[in-house]
Design a binder for this molecule. Structure first.
Ligand code: FAD
Length: 638
């Protein structure tokens, strides 16, 4: 099998225009006859569903939450990037493209990344027109701040609630279409299976989470905008419900998974405080604009942070990366924190954290200014820890946060199953081996508002004669039976260990062996242990109740069943990539200073994986990456 990324011809800066100029169109009268399923109502799903419905397609939208606007995008805090150059600090579309390619350690596709930077300009205008209340300067212009890995200010923000405000914009666009009856919204529905008919994605099987009923839904194209699966680590910054099931079940129906092991471990989460915690809280990266990160120079220093004088502090990011300092990219900042913590300089009750200190910024700018920029983050911190971060440094620690990997998609965001598209965090595109902060809200919005309307139409143009898709076809019945079989199997084990028990164990295995740093021995160990855990799961899982009713434990069990398979692929992916790049740090491949050592000669490709069955090794299908507009350099932030 060979992958065709379908990158348009011509110079980089003209590729997207070329695509739009040549994409096939669907006559408005025909659009009414074509149905599209959109799974997910986060920024990617809501924006895609609203845009396609506005164009005249019949859209069915699904999410497992009780309201579309509770999708996880709502949690995003810090901001969304755009190369507007409002600060006149030298920003441009090319610079944003370059920063993103370099930030991803030269492991993403040039054409996709350029399109992301190009469309960022329009996204800000779109959001403002929808009423998204971005922070403004005194004179009324939109304000910006900086995020990691860049030296310009291109991050637009709504205090610490940027995701929520952007999602309200997308949600109101979606609900307008719901009112117009062009979108049929199914909340509390979980996709369990993809239906493929004669090689094309034609529908999904879902479970009504309130009643347990299984439903079949057909369409001419299916879009998965189901978010990231960083929750596989159990402790993560993601909401409890985030999961891999939709993309994983599509993977088992032929959609390749790309770079599954590239998980971003965010440097500024609140540290784990005990063994019974199920969630970690993110403190936005924006705080690193003004906060300085340090640990005491003395191991196990018993003093309170404010009692440790300046000369006895190690501002290790400023020391190691003077050019970018506290705004070094996430992968590098997290690894640097881990290095200090592992070396015995960690702080806090569990010695698993570092300080994020605002005293200098408060001295220079005043408390009111800091409050204005980050007030809600400081009050959230106080609510959780009972510490006043205006008076004393915050304690932060690395935590699993974002999946750079996901379903493989071509330039059109179509997977290897014709008619199946993946948008937003659910796909692997754009971020390479490390995502730059504030590029993800952007990607989700750009995919949904700007890319899918063209590329999905281009696909649907060939479907105008297909007619309605019959959900009673044998492929639908088989997929429904498959879904029911797994649910009944999980519900009937009646063992004595909860899904959370397995999830926790799996998360720890992954964090220890396929987390911030990896090595061959650890990965082989993890694969063997995950297989054992999986056997135990199918022998001893406890799910109360049945599959024919509302059953939260069964929902969790289904997600953990998938995680146990995804985790094996993640370790396999990490094991076979014998280089370090971005978030993928293989201990065998590092410079004498402990920095990631890429191997461009052998690994300048995306690892896409095919499913060969439960006990078989996955099939590697590489997509070679060619760089015509940037030089492959050693990524340095020094
Ligand atoms: C705490 C936090 C802060 C962040 N802050 C920022 C930031 O400041 N800037 C930035 O750029 N990025 C940030 N990110 C990342 C960013 O928020 C996400 O990558 C982005 O919002 C993902 O959007 P999405 O539309 O792809 O998915 P989501 O918003 O996660 O939506 C997924 C949707 O899929 C649905 N779904 C999933 N599985 C199924 C299924 N099987 N059946 C039915 N429905 C399903 C869900 O119900 C939901 O509606 C942050 C992430 C976190 C965790």
């Amino acid at each position: 099998m060979e992958l065709n990324a379908k990158i348009p011809p011509g110079p980089l800066k003209d590729k997207w225009s070329y695509y739009k100029d040549h994409a096939k169109l669907v006559n408005p009268a025909n659009r009414k006859k074509l149905e599209v399923i959109v799974v997910g109502t986060g920024l990617a799903g809501s924006s895609a569903a609203a845009s396609l419905a506005e164009m005249g397609y019949k859209v069915k939208s699904f999410c497992f939450q009780d309201s579309a606007r509770r999708a996880h995008s709502v949690a995003a805090q810090g901001g969304v990037n755009a190369a507007k150059n409002y600060k006149n600090d030298g920003d441009s579309v090319y610079r944003m493209f370059y920063d993103t390619i370099k930030g991803g350690d030269f492991r993403s596709r040039e054409a996709n990344v350029y399109r992301l930077a190009e469309c960022s300009l329009a996204l800000i205008d779109q959001a403002v027109a929808q009423g998204v209340p971005f922070g403004r300067e005194y004179g009324g212009y939109l304000n910006n701040r900086s995020f990691g890995g860049v030296q310009v200010s291109r991050t637009f923000y709504s205090r610490g609630q940027t995701g929520q405000q952007l999602l309200l914009g997308a949600y109101q666009a979606l609900i307008r279409q719901v009112a117009a009856k062009t979108v049929h919204l199914h909340t509390r529905h979980e996709m369990l299976e993809l239906v493929v008919v004669e090689g094309k994605a034609r529908g999904i099987i879902v479970r009504n989470l309130d009643t347990g009923e299984i439903e079949r839904h057909s369409a001419h194209a299916v879009i998965l905008a189901t978010g990231g699966f960083g929750k596989i680590y159990y402790l993560s910054t993601l909401a409890m419900g985030c999961n891999a099931s939709a993309i994983w079940r599509a993977h088992k129906k032929g959609a390749l998974m790309a770079s599954p092991s590239w998980t971003q471990i965010h440097p500024t989460s609140l540290p784990q405080s005990g063994g019974y915690q199920s969630k970690l809280t993110l403190m936005s990266e924006s705080l690193r604009n003004d906060g300085r990160i340090w640990v005491p120079l003395k191991k196990e220093d018993p003093r309170k942070p404010n009692d440790i004088p300046e000369q006895e502090r190690d501002y290790y990011l400023e020391r190691r990366y003077p050019a970018f300092g506290n705004l070094a990219p996430r992968d590098i900042s997290s690894r640097a924190a881990k290095e200090r913590i592992d070396a015995g300089f960690g702080i806090g009750a569990q010695k698993n954290a570092v300080y994020l200190d605002f005293s200098k910024a408060i001295r220079e700018q005043g408390k009111e200014k800091i409050k204005e920029k980050y007030g809600n983050l400081f009050s959230m911190y106080q609510k959780i820890t009972d510490i006043d971060a205006y008076a004393e440094p915050m304690m932060i620690s690395p935590a699993a946060h974002f999946s750079m990997g996901g379903l493989w998609v071509d330039y059109e965001l179509m997977t290897t199953v014709p008619g199946l598209f993946a948008l937003g965090e659910a796909n692997f595109a754009d971020h390479g081996a490390n995502r730059l902060g504030a590029n993800s809200l952007l990607q989700a919005c750009v995919d949904g508002y700007f890319v899918a309307p063209y590329t999905v139409s281009n696909y649907l143009a060939e479907e105008i004669k297909t007619g309605a898709i019959d959900a009673n076809r044998p492929e639908f019945i088989a997929a429904e039976n498959n879904a029911k079989e797994l649910l009944n199997r999980l519900a009937s084990i009646k063992g004595n260990k909860t899904a959370d028990y397995y999830h926790k164990k799996l998360g720890k295995l992954l964090y220890d062996h396929c987390g911030l740093s990896r090595n061959r021995e650890g990965l082989n160990y993890a694969i063997a242990e995950i297989k054992k855990l999986q056997e135990d799961f199918y022998a001893n899982l406890a799910v109360p109740g049945s599959a024919q009713e509302m059953n939260g434990e069964l929902e969790k069990a289904g997600r953990v069943a998938d995680y146990l398979e995804v985790a094996q692929l993640m370790c396999y992916d990490a094991l076979t990539r014998e280089e370090s790049c971005g978030a993928h740090f293989r201990e065998e491949h590092q410079t004498p200073e402990g920095e990631a050592l890429r191997n461009d000669e052998k690994f300048c490709f995306v690892s896409a994986w095919g499913w060969n069955g439960p006990d078989e090794e996955p099939l590697l299908v590489p997509e070679p990456l060619t760089f015509e507009n940037v030089n492959l350099t050693v990524r340095s932030y020094k």
